[in-house]
Design a protein around this ligand. Structure first.
Ligand SMILES: N[C@@H](CCC(=O)N[C@@H](CS)C(=O)NCC(=O)O)C(=O)O
Length: 230
């Protein structure tokens, strides 16, 4: 299997939250993947997928894009070690995905965008600035003007998972599954590009993140990024 995986200036600094979902999911299933460093402007490299975003997974002749679709594909093709235990769990993970992408992405983007911009490849900078400023309707500097306030907002937004994680080790219960990888993608994204401290060590979400960093032989902890503050 091959996966196109968003990289910063350095080939081994991989920061896409969506790509992290899939790297964790593949490891969860014990599947080997070759990840190919990809930049925002390398559109032709993934043209065969019929769209312009990563992750893109190639499994033999099959090409799948979109992290949610890839997760569904993996469970269908490789049912052992499921990412979703049944249709009901999948449906709940789907609404959780939208919650993460709305309630958490907004504050995290405000917290890390300037660190992220400093880290990406030179060839991506003009494209990134133009596309994101158009999306946000503000300059990157305006979006990233108050990282401390954004981190506070991020911590507040985490309340539902914090309440759950005092009761059980993973979002999905006793063992991690795809919803954990969806949430964890946010933290790997931040850790790859920004030295800022997102969580206090006494936060139950901190302990969960430690468990996630250790999963699958420390796949995520061993990836290039800033240390999380202990
Ligand atoms: N819904 C997609 C989102 C993928 C996505 O937005 N990927 C970003 C990287 S984090 C991307 O490739 N962006 C390309 C661009 O902005 O041109 C998924 O879940 O895979």
């Amino acid at each position: 299997m091959k996966m196109w995986d968003l990289a910063a200036a350095e080939d081994d600094r991989r920061f896409s939250p969506y790509c992290w979902r899939i790297k964790m999911a593949l490891a969860h299933k014990g599947l080997e993947v070759e990840t190919i460093p990809w930049r925002f402007t390398d559109k032709e490299a993934i043209a065969a997928s019929g769209q312009d975003k990563v992750p893109v997974l190639q499994d033999g002749q099959v090409i799948v894009h979109d992290s949610w679709e890839i997760a569904r594909y993996l469970d269908e093709k490789y049912p052992a070690q499921p990412l979703f235990e049944g249709a009901q769990a999948r449906s709940l993970a789907y609404v959780f995905k939208f919650w993460v992408e709305t309630a958490l992405y907004q504050p995290i983007v405000r917290a890390i965008i300037l660190d992220l911009f400093a880290t990406i490849h030179e060839k991506d900078k003009a494209y990134y600035r133009e596309s994101r400023e158009k999306r946000f309707g503000r300059t990157l500097e305006e979006v990233g003007a108050d990282p401390k306030g954004a981190i506070q907002a991020f911590r507040t937004a985490l309340l539902p998972v914090r309440q759950q994680l005092v009761q059980q080790p993973f979002v999905c219960g006793a063992k991690p599954a795809f919803a954990d990888y969806i949430l964890f993608g946010v933290f790997q994204w931040a850790r790859a590009v920004s030295p800022q401290r997102l969580l206090e060590p006494d936060d139950p979400v901190f302990a969960w993140r430690e468990r996630m960093l250790d999963l699958h032989g420390g796949l995520a902890r061993n990836a290039k990024g800033y240390p999380v503050w202990a």
